[in-house]
Ligand binder design. Structure first.
Ligand code: NAD
Length: 319
């Protein structure tokens, strides 16, 4: 039986990845600094650990003969509000996690190591610019410190791969959304935040949006991301690969899709707030070459996510 360690197993992507690997027949150990929030962990084994500590990385990675696959998803992160307000914590915590994890993965004989990077490694873009390739992350100019840490940790992981021969996979994810992710509390990202605000609003009501609603993003449904991660893990590609929906929309269009699915007429009040990059457009050619194709349009994915957020809102208000 193949063995996998998932770091950040109580997080959004980790929760879904544990389930996917279990369904594929893996024996899975999940680790996280917090217990699973929305459903019990389906991992075969779950350890509460703080991966900023080297000793806890050792506990996570210790297994007779070493793990076949390690998925390093643990990170101090959140939506743009969190990324802009917690720069020091993000850089401090994530660099510790990523440096100890790859170092101990070598010592404890892990065979394959997956590192989750982000589209935040790319520079800010103007609306309508041609797609950037993965190589065009350099010369580097990420528009936030979270992106700089991701880029640095990509380099750390790659250097260990070159020196010690561990198989390394790096993916730069675009925004990903779906049920069982942060939806309130400051770490939620745009799709969850918009779903929550619309679930809370009356028909004909008004929601607040940071910026002027024109910022352009792509939003990928969780199942598509998992397909991409698994394809990449089984490929012979070792350089960073972008995974993201090719459907780029403005924040205003995201609000339209959610209000249509919620069957509510919604007005927008634009307020000043951390908007993040003006636009993103990143090439998918590398992941397409591995056979990846997203199965969910934004509308398909929000149809699956919105009822879940609505239920959280109702549960939160009335219990
Ligand atoms: P998440 O915040 O839901 O999950 C991250 C998990 O890491 C959390 O459960 C958190 O408790 C855990 N963690 C944080 N510090 C830890 C520590 N010291 N020790 C152990 N665990 C710790 O985030 P996610 O959306 O599931 O993202 C997973 C990975 O993918 C992250 O590395 C993130 O940067 C990256 N990523 C996510 C997106 C996205 O849209 N969700 C986009 C780009 C990149």
């Amino acid at each position: 039986m193949q063995t996998a360690l998932i770091c950040g197993a109580s997080g959004f992507i980790g929760t879904h990845l544990v389930r996917r690997l279990k369904n594929e027949g893996y024996w899975v150990r999940g680790v996280d600094i917090k217990a699973p929030e929305f459903s019990d962990s389906t991992a075969n084994e779950f350890f509460l650990l703080d991966l900023r500590k080297e000793q806890d990385c050792i506990k996570a990675l210790t297994l007779a003969d070493g793990f076949d696959e390690v998925y390093q998803l643990a990170a101090d992160m959140g939506g743009m509000g969190y990324i802009e307000s917690a720069e020091c914590e993000i850089m401090h915590n994530n660099v510790l996690i990523n440096t100890y994890m790859i170092d101990q993965a070598i010592k404890l004989k892990a065979k394959k190591y997956f590192y989750s990077s982000s589209a935040c490694v790319y520079r800010d873009m103007k609306i309508g610019e041609d797609a950037l390739t993965e190589e065009e992350a350099y010369p580097a100019l990420p528009d936030n410190e979270y992106g700089w840490e991701k880029l640095y940790s990509e380099r750390v992981v790659s250097a260990y791969g070159r020196k010690y021969g561990i198989t390394v996979k790096i993916s730069r994810f675009q925004n990903c959304y779906g049920p069982e992710g942060a939806w309130i509390g400051g770490r939620e990202k745009a799709p969850a935040a918009i779903c929550r605000k619309i679930a809370e609003a009356q028909d004909g009501g008004t929601i607040e949006v940071w910026g002027d609603g024109t910022a352009v993003r792509s939003f990928m449904y969780i199942d598509d991301l998992l397909d991409g991660i698994r394809l990449l893990m089984n490929s012979n590609v070792s350089e960073p690969v972008h995974i993201g929906s090719p459907e780029y929309v403005s924040v205003n269009q995201l609000v339209e899709v959610v209000s249509m699915i919620a069957k509510k007429r919604i007005n927008i009040k634009y307020v000043s707030g951390p908007r993040g990059a003006e636009s993103r457009n990143i090439s998918n050619e590398k992941i397409y070459a591995l056979g990846w194709k997203p199965k969910f349009s934004l509308e398909d994915g929000i149809r699956l996510m919105y009822p879940w957020v609505e239920e959280q809102v109702l549960h939160c208000k009335y219990t």
